[in-house]
Design a protein around this ligand. Structure first.
Ligand SMILES: *Cc1c(COP(=O)(O)O)cnc(C)c1O
Ligand SMILES: *[C@@H]1O[C@H](CO)[C@@H](O)[C@H](O)[C@H]1NC(C)=O
Length: 396
């Protein structure tokens, strides 16, 4: 009896050792061939896709392109790239992403330069941030080089959809990674899906920064707890923000500012962008330092440019009352680079309790430092200013 089962076991083991890897090996060989074929194909031209609108009129919304890229994690390893034309994904209804929010995403852009080459802004930083989101939510880390290669592949395949130089647009890349395997008890999944979807977007400001927006202080909700997940780009953070965000908009304030959850005394960040305050007199760029703020790559880049412009950069606790010391306030993130903020209102029970902080002399005009920082980031992205810091990754 013991002998039989031992024999049976070794028979199964040897069969599976022989058969199991074979289909897998064939699949990956096939993919490698496709991959090689794609790489040797000459690079196409940006801005040549046929759209139903002008490049300048694109909004910030989904629109079909040629393909999206997918990689599946199974049996303890990441598979090969697959290019898909299907905007739908087929996932198990028990997927951990759907029930428990085991999911994260990134956002970055590709820009066409005057010579027709295409460059992605700081993908290394997105690769690192994606890894920290994966670590915090027990998802397998996508290797850095694989992330960069995937970015190259998906932009290359959709190069016609990169808005042409001069249109002010960009190809927005939205990588996402989530638990696609089923688990009903609270546990990490054993299967994951990584996708990069891409879409062309126009210049948010159509040629120049628009007038500052009015912000509101969110006083009845918190975005993130001090030791929670605010510092990683995980899906649940945005579900928590939908109600306060929509309420702010309905009240006439396009942007909401959060305070720290523990003390309600320090500024944290806006819903989906970091807070920056400029003190022009003392030539300071001030941004909150907090364990529950999402480390923005735009903020990091602006900090560097601000230093270059001779400003002193301070990343530290910023008290709410300090709002009155700022001459310019901006919200920064990949989608817009910067949104000038003209005022922030703290609603009280009565009109008398309501405080409105205003920045600069005019709430109609964009401050000079905001404008300067914005122009320089854009010039680097479009290849009009030398990329001294090596921020651009050239699609090849
Ligand atoms: C994505 C995001 C930002 C902006 O980050 P960038 O890397 O500059 O695009 C800021 N705050 C939050 C909460 C975010 O999700
Ligand atoms: C701005 O970005 C830097 C670098 O990512 C970070 O250290 C700092 O805390 C950020 N400020 C805010 C408000 O996120």
């Amino acid at each position: 009896m013991r002998l039989t089962s031992a024999l049976l076991f070794s028979a199964i083991a040897s069969v599976s050792a022989f058969t199991a890897p074979t289909p897998h090996a064939q699949v990956s060989r096939l993919n490698t061939q496709l991959h090689v074929a794609a790489e040797t194909k000459p690079l196409g031209k940006p801005g040549t896709a046929k759209l139903d609108t002008d490049w300048k009129d694109l909004g910030f919304e989904f629109r079909p392109t040629k393909s999206n890229l997918r990689i599946t994690y199974k049996n303890g390893e990441w598979g090969e790239f697959e290019m898909s034309e299907d905007p739908y994904i087929n996932v198990h209804m028990g997927a951990t992403a759907l029930h428990y929010g085991q999911a994260c995403f990134e956002g970055l852009k590709a820009f066409a330069h005057e010579d027709g080459s295409v460059h992605v802004f700081r993908p290394d930083e997105n690769a690192k941030r994606l890894q920290s989101s994966c670590e915090r939510t027990l998802m397998p880390v996508l290797p850095h080089d694989k992330f960069i290669e995937a970015i190259n592949e998906v932009v290359r395949d959709n190069i016609e959809y990169v808005p042409p130089y001069g249109s002010g647009g960009a190809l927005y890349l939205r990588p996402l990674l989530f638990g696609s395997g089923a688990r009903i008890g609270l546990q990490p999944a054993d299967e994951y899906t990584f996708i990069i979807m891409v879409m062309p977007v126009a210049d948010y400001y159509k040629g120049g920064l628009s007038s500052p927006v009015d912000g509101i202080l969110i006083t009845d909700f918190d975005r993130a707890a001090p030791r929670g997940v605010g510092n990683v780009k995980v899906a649940g953070n945005y579900a928590a923000d939908m109600l306060p965000n929509m309420r702010s908009k309905k009240a006439g304030f396009p942007i909401g500012l959060y305070l720290d959850a523990a003390t309600q005394s320090n500024i944290e960040e806006f819903s989906t962008s970091n807070f920056v305050g400029i003190d022009s007199e003392n030539k300071k760029y001030v941004t909150p330092k907090s364990s529950s703020v999402l480390p923005s790559i735009t903020n990091k880049s602006l900090m560097k440019i601000a230093e270059d412009e001779g400003l002193t950069v301070e990343a530290r606790d910023v008290l709410l009352e300090e709002l009155e010391t700022f001459d310019e306030v901006m919200a920064c993130g990949t989608a817009v680079v910067v949104t000038p903020v003209g005022s922030i209102t703290k609603l009280g029970e009565t009109d008398e309790d309501t405080v409105k902080y205003t920045f600069g002399e005019s709430q109609e005009e964009v401050g000079p430092i905001t404008r300067r920082l914005y122009d320089r980031v854009r010039a680097i992205q479009y290849g009009e200013e030398e990329d001294k810091n090596g921020w651009l990754y050239k699609i090849n």
